[in-house]
Design a protein around this ligand. Structure first.
Ligand SMILES: [Mn+2]
Length: 355
């Protein structure tokens, strides 16, 4: 990765906003930080000075390995805590990033649904009264980043609207999905350009929901194509997805297809089989390895009677190179291909005996 250098043209410190690349929460965290820079930091910069602050995207691993050179003027959002450098501001919410050392006053970690929501809460704590729009946006981002949707919300956000009807742009959750769709192209070059240009938000907009520079990119076209991708994926999944009643588990074994079409809709299995308690996804990784993704029903986490992260770690230790783990309700592991069916059997039996 290239080393970033700061500009030396302005008199204010050479702030940089460094955020989680290719991620909706990272993108909107940067937007909120730019829009409410003074409210967040307690500084008193002009809009022009704030606009000049560069916004750069990085992947979490690039912070963990120390390959980005950080300075005391950097603002890190939705990314892990840098081990050896004190930055100007660090804000993160990932449970896996829970700090092991005492935090400085410029370092903020809280286990919350989204980093965007965390920043908005910090601004409110600093004295800003949140507008209705900003509150609505916070609710939507908290839902999106923690996948805390109802089935009805998924049917609205992940499926084409009924024929003859338009996207419901009065609904903040749908509008946030529309605006997030250009971040989800997996094109990191596009993401870099968007971050650099689109977080120079209009001070007239309380949240991204009404930012004219975001709407100028025609996000509805990106959203339309994303919805097409989900539908194509679901159509193909219908040809091989199976529900095992005995174990109340959905099995998506991609060894049954030659190649996969469309964009993964991780909610689909539980929309199709709402009675399921668990789901297993099997994917071939390469010549020798396979990946098992294991989870409980995303709409009914209360049905989860097994610590899935621990189960995945055990399976990985038994059949792989040890790469496995996760959270209580979702996890994954990489194992040797020849053990996939045996591993599947153990997972199903674990679910059954926990009932
Ligand atoms: Mn996040």
């Amino acid at each position: 990765m290239t080393k970033e250098t700061t500009t030396t043209s302005n008199a204010i410190p050479h702030f940089r906003i460094i955020t989680h690349a290719g991620c909706t929460d990272g993108f909107f965290s940067a937007w909120i930080t730019k829009r409410y820079f003074n409210e967040l930091t307690g500084l008193n910069l002009t809009r022009e000075e704030i606009t000049k602050i560069p916004v750069i995207g990085h992947k979490p691993a690039e912070v963990q390995t120390g390959e980005i050179e950080l300075t005391e003027h950097d603002i890190l959002l939705d990314l892990p805590l840098p081990e050896n450098t004190k930055v100007f501001l660090w804000v993160d919410h990932h449970s896996s990033a829970k700090p092991k050392r005492d935090l400085d006053q410029h370092e903020h970690w809280e286990q919350l649904p989204s980093c965007t929501g965390q920043l908005i809460a910090m601004i409110e704590k600093n004295g800003l009264t949140l507008s209705k729009e900003l509150k609505n946006f916070k609710i939507a981002m908290d839902k999106i980043d923690s996948a805390d949707y109802t089935e009805a919300e998924i049917m609205q956000a992940y499926y084409h609207p009924k024929e003859g009807t338009e996207f419901d742009t009065k609904n903040p959750l749908i509008t946030t999905h529309i605006l997030a769709s250009f971040i989800h192209t997996k094109d990191l070059f596009l993401n870099t350009v968007l971050l650099a240009n689109l977080t120079n938000c209009s001070p007239k907009a309380d949240s991204p929901l009404t930012d004219p520079s975001l709407w100028a990119v025609k996000p509805t076209l990106f959203y339309q194509s994303q919805l097409n991708g989900y539908q194509e994926w679901r159509d193909q999944v219908d040809t091989y997805i199976e529900y095992n009643k005995e174990f109340k588990t959905i099995i998506q074994d991609t060894r049954k297809i030659h190649r996969s079409f469309g964009i993964v809709d991780r909610f689909y299995a539980y929309i199709k089989f709402p009675e399921a308690s668990y789901g297993i996804v099997i994917k071939e990784r390469n010549e020798t390895l396979a990946y098992l993704g294991v989870g409980c029903n995303i709409f009914h986490k209360e049905r989860c009677k097994v610590d899935i992260g621990r189960l995945c770690k055990n399976i990985a230790t038994k059949f792989g190179t040890g790469g496995g783990g996760g959270h209580k309700t979702v996890g994954g592991c990489v194992i040797r291909k020849e053990h996939v069916d045996e591993a599947k059997k153990i997972i199903l039996n674990t679910f059954e005996s926990a009932e």
